[in-house]
Design a protein around this ligand. Structure first.
Ligand code: ADP
Ligand code: MG
Length: 698
């Protein structure tokens, strides 16, 4: 009966050639099976309605019924906008479209009652509903009960396949399903988690009989999706470990011990100790280490990197530390050379700017093993750089190193060096478990003691004078100040205007020659930018007015105030990174978030989060919730996160559960040989064959 699932979608009643083509193109639905796995993204009880009058207090989505009483189209620059006034018995609200106007317009009729579904948002000076779902009341099922809502596209909607149309097709199909789904899960697992079987779950997810069954169906399908994702990741890791034997560093070795006992500049934090232990365990096993080290800015990753490298050198291996920019490589080189001064090891630096003559000596000494530790940029993975026995590579800031660059490292040895990737961008646990599920993850979740918390406040325009007064006091104490303006490509000219206006008003309040101001933005020549930056770094200017292009790696410990203008336009992680530029010295530091008076709910949440916490992981969790996983990870990895029904932002608990179950099964039955796990095995084998290896590192 599995043929049923492979039946081309064009054979389905109600799907002609045109619709079949659209379903394929727009949603990648080719077969009955594909359609059955096209799940609703939420449910509505179509029998209950909200009123316009309650919208001002209503959170989330609302369903209304009423009439369209007028509409008009406006054009601002290239942006078109269609606005329709919608009215029910309690009041009026605007429905707004920015896209697909030409398709939507003919659908809007006077004197026809509509059902409207959407999310009311504060926009300009009033609430409106952008891009609502719109169905004529006469088309709405009289039937009471839960209905799935499906994502559609403009083209599909034009051909009658809006959410409702898709719902009709798929629920009809779901009713025909009988005995065509194989159950991959063993009975013991179904029982333990009280899971619906696959067939029942598929039926109930599309045509729920009641809320309880709908919830169980959704749970079962989400669990299944996440379980196989985790199973695949764990198997890939298992295979990689069997295949890729790693160097064994049997001892702690003399370098580590000497450093730890005699040269450690401060007591390690508990988190640093834990991470070093985790790494030490990896080195003893004979597996190839592939570890991601996460730690917020200032959490002390460099010291962990150094201790890790000393384990390698003490066991007779060379190691390398790779940074994304010259400045950072230089900084690491200085810090580390200084720390290991008393030890008998040789540390060298290799970047693009190292002269040819010097480079030649470096190459020779690397190849003969005279250099123990090499610090540099990607220059150190060029083919001409040959090591005698490279045992470990530490990569700082993984976001900037492509997979291809990392692959070059493998070419350097027959046995691949151990790899430790460090990142300062906190990634929420559930996301890390998925996007990096085939890596081991270590977390430094504790800052060194004695850090002063940065005081963060949110202010409106009316407090401007107060803020200027505060800045003046700090500058008079000898401090320096950043003032950052947003820069978003779409409205570059507008932003530039705001920046210059801000600069002028600051210049008026803080006049020369008493005060000096630097300005840095994307339209300046690089030399000018660097010159302005240097003046600020050297303390020649007190105020740095800039867009977000302020250079990476600049460290100005004397800067104690970060003012973010139009802070409502920044994302959370950006705000967190900006704030990280102050609080580097001994002084109490401040982050001031300036905003306009009208704020969306999401902006309010972002600002409140910033004021509330300085914990990068907590901030990342909120960010994930607000933006979704795809946005957070960048497009590079979003393919991994393309889930059919689970949602990494909200299903964190399920991710953990599915990983725990998958791991438990593999612990007892590593190759899935036992007959009861045959279903899991079959599907897992398919998954492993299906996809190219998108492992982050190897
Ligand atoms: P990041 O994780 O951002 O790379 P760094 O390694 O640069 O952080 O460390 C930030 C600062 O904290 C450095 O000045 C470093 O010397 C200091 N530091 C690191 N570990 C400790 C510790 N255990 N106790 C006190 N200070 C520490
Ligand atoms: Mg660092």
């Amino acid at each position: 009966m599995t043929d049923f699932l492979h039946t081309p979608i064009s054979f389905l009643k109600g799907v002609g050639p045109k619709r079949a083509e659209l379903l394929q193109k727009e949603l990648s639905i080719f077969t009955f099976g594909d359609l059955l796995e096209y799940f609703p993204f939420r449910y509505v009880d179509r029998s209950t309605y909200n009123t316009v009058s309650e919208l001002n207090t209503l959170e989330g989505f609302a369903q209304l019924r009423g009439y369209i009483i007028s509409m008009h189209e406006t054009e601002i620059g290239k942006r078109k906008r269609l606005t329709a006034k919608f009215q029910d018995q309690t009041g009026q609200i605007e429905l707004v479209w920015f896209q697909g106007i030409k398709y939507i317009k003919p659908l809007l009729k006077a004197n026809v009652e509509y059902q409207v579904y959407g999310k009311a948002k504060f926009f300009g000076s009033s609430f409106n509903i952008p891009h609502p779902e719109l169905v004529e009341m006469s088309q709405v099922d009289a039937e009471v009960g839960l209905k799935g809502v499906y994502r559609s596209t403009e083209k599909l909607s034009m051909n009658g396949l809006h959410s409702k149309g898709i719902e009709k097709l798929v629920s009809a199909l779901a009713m025909q399903v009988k005995g065509c789904f194989q159950e991959p899960f063993p009975t013991y697992l179904l029982d333990e988690l009280n899971l619906l079987n696959r067939e029942l779950a598929i039926k109930q997810v599309h045509c729920p009989q009641n809320e309880e069954l709908m919830k169980r169906a959704v749970f079962r399908l989400k669990f299944e999706e996440l379980f196989f994702l985790q199973m695949e990741l764990l198997l890939r890791k298992q295979i990689a470990m069997q295949k890729n034997r790693g160097f064994i560093f049997p001892e702690v070795g003399p370098h580590f011990t000497d450093f730890y006992e005699n040269h450690l500049p401060f007591e390690l934090t508990g988190a640093q100790k834990r991470v070093v232990k985790e790494i030490r365990m990896d080195f003893k096993k004979g597996f190839h280490m592939n570890r991601l080290l996460q730690g917020d800015v200032g959490s002390g990753k460099t010291l962990v990197a150094l201790l890790t490298m000393l384990l390698a050198t003490g066991n007779g291996f060379q190691c390398a530390l790779m940074a994304p920019t010259e400045i950072l490589a230089q900084q690491h080189f200085e810090t580390i050379s200084d720390l290991v001064k008393g030890l008998d090891i040789r540390v060298e630096k290799l970047t693009g700017s190292v002269r040819k003559s010097k480079r030649k000596i470096l190459h020779e000494d690397l190849e003969s093993g005279k250099i123990n530790m090499l610090i540099g940029t990607h220059a150190l993975i060029e083919p001409t750089v040959v090591f005698q026995n490279l045992g470990l590579v530490v990569i700082d800031e993984q976001h900037r190193f492509g997979v291809a660059q990392r692959a070059k490292l493998w070419a350097k040895n027959t046995t691949p060096p151990h790899i430790l990737v460090m990142t300062a961008t906190p990634i929420p646990r559930t996301l890390a478990m998925t996007a990096y599920g085939d890596l081991d993850v270590s977390v430094i979740d504790e800052l060194p003691p004695g850090r002063k918390a940065i005081t963060t406040r949110h202010h409106f325009e009316k407090d401007r004078l107060l803020i200027f007064g505060f800045i003046q006091k700090e500058i008079d104490k000898g401090r320096q100040v950043y003032v950052v303006f947003p820069l978003i490509k779409e409205s570059e000219t507008l932003d530039y205007h705001n920046l210059m206006e801000g600069y002028e008003s600051i210049s008026r309040v803080f006049p020369m020659p008493k005060y000096q101001i630097s300005i840095v933005h994307g339209q300046l020549k690089p030399e000018v930018k660097e010159f302005e930056m240097k003046r600020f770094v050297n303390g020649e200017t007190q105020i740095m007015v800039a867009t977000t292009v302020i250079e990476v790696g600049v460290n100005v410990p004397n800067a104690s105030i970060m003012i973010v203008e139009s802070a409502e336009r920044f994302g959370l992680s950006q705000l967190h990174q900006l704030r990280g530029r102050v609080g580097r010295g001994a002084e109490q530091s401040y982050c001031i978030l300036m905003t306009g008076n009208k704020l969306s709910k999401e902006s309010k949440r972002r600002l409140a989060t910033m004021v509330e916490t300085q914990d990068g992981f907590q901030i990342a969790e909120v960010d994930l919730e607000l933006r979704g996983p795809g946005d957070l990870m960048g497009t590079q990895q979003s393919g991994i996160l393309d889930l059919k029904i689970a949602d990494l932002a909200t299903d964190g608990r399920l991710v953990a559960l599915s990983r725990e179950k998958a791991r438990g099964i593999l612990e007892k039955d590593p190759n899935l040989d036992s007959p009861e796990n045959a279903g899991i095995r079959k599907k897992a084998v398919m998954l492993l064959q299906d996809k190219p290896n998108w492992s982050k590192i190897s």
